[in-house]
Write a protein that binds this ligand. Structure first.
Ligand SMILES: Cc1cc2nc3c(=O)[nH]c(=O)nc-3n(C[C@H](O)[C@H](O)[C@H](O)COP(=O)(O)O)c2cc1C
Length: 217
């Protein structure tokens, strides 16, 4: 165990050339800055910059988190998609609040978003489903996500059979596939710094729009 501690302590964080966060030039709307930072991560070649940790609240009131893909950001909010009867889908139906966490190590940037989550209508959810690759559609078509699986052969047989169904009927949409939109109430931008002079800016939604301020690192 002490070896592991040494290995972890020896790992570098916030290395390399990092961006400077100019807090004199903040937009009024945090979504604008979010898209700036996301596109900077894309340009920088960050792997899977659209992968984010989505935290929900379990039936036992404890947090529950997993990684999902960001589908879009528009004036309604941050979008992701999932099966309604998966663990996260059921948790969101019972308590429609979530937190998103993005981390782009090469840029030492973290973004946190908190807010309420609403499902899209059937048409938008179906359009999202049909835009997925055939393999991703087959996986979702199986359903039963987050329930116990007896063995891996059963998974493989179900994937094969779902892929055949999609081949026969390319317009098939998985029941329960849902596009969700998180409407942000808080967005925090965190820029890491080698000398640990990290810069944090928090936006909070108010009746009049957004207010923002710095946070101690
Ligand atoms: C990079 C990455 C992207 C993922 N994207 C999705 C996604 O967009 N939708 C989804 O339902 N699961 C996605 N998953 C799988 C989830 O992390 C999770 O295992 C699954 O959705 C079951 O979560 P739940 O038991 O909390 O419902 C992704 C996993 C990774 C590592």
């Amino acid at each position: 165990m002490s070896d592991l501690r040494e290995v972890l302590r020896g790992l570098e964080v916030f290395s390399g050339e990092l961006p400077v966060f100019d807090t004199a030039l903040l937009p009024a709307d945090p979504q604008e800055l979010f898209i700036d930072w996301l596109l900077a991560a894309v340009r920088d070649g960050v792997r899977e910059p659209h992968a984010m940790t989505v935290s929900t609240i379990g039936a036992d009131a404890n947090p529950s988190a997993r990684v999902l893909i960001l589908k879009n950001v528009d004036s309604d909010g941050w979008q992701f998609a999932a099966l309604a009867d998966s663990r996260k889908g059921l948790e969101l139906a019972a308590r429609p609040q979530a937190a998103l966490t993005f981390y782009w190590p090469a840029l030492a940037r973290q973004i946190r978003v908190r807010g309420s989550v609403a499902p899209a209508g059937a048409e938008d959810s179906a359009a999202d489903f049909l835009a997925r690759s055939p393999g991703a559609r087959a996986e979702a078509l199986i359903g039963r996500q987050s329930t116990p699986l007896a063995d891996l052969a059963s998974r493989d047989a179900a994937v094969r059979s779902a892929a055949e169904r999609i081949e026969r009927d390319p317009g098939l949409v998985a029941p329960g596939w849902t596009l969700f939109t998180l409407r942000a109430d808080e967005v925090e931008f965190w820029q890491g710094d080698r000398e640990r002079r990290h810069t944090r800016v928090e936006y909070r939604r108010t009746d009049a729009g957004w207010e923002r301020g710095l946070l101690w690192p």
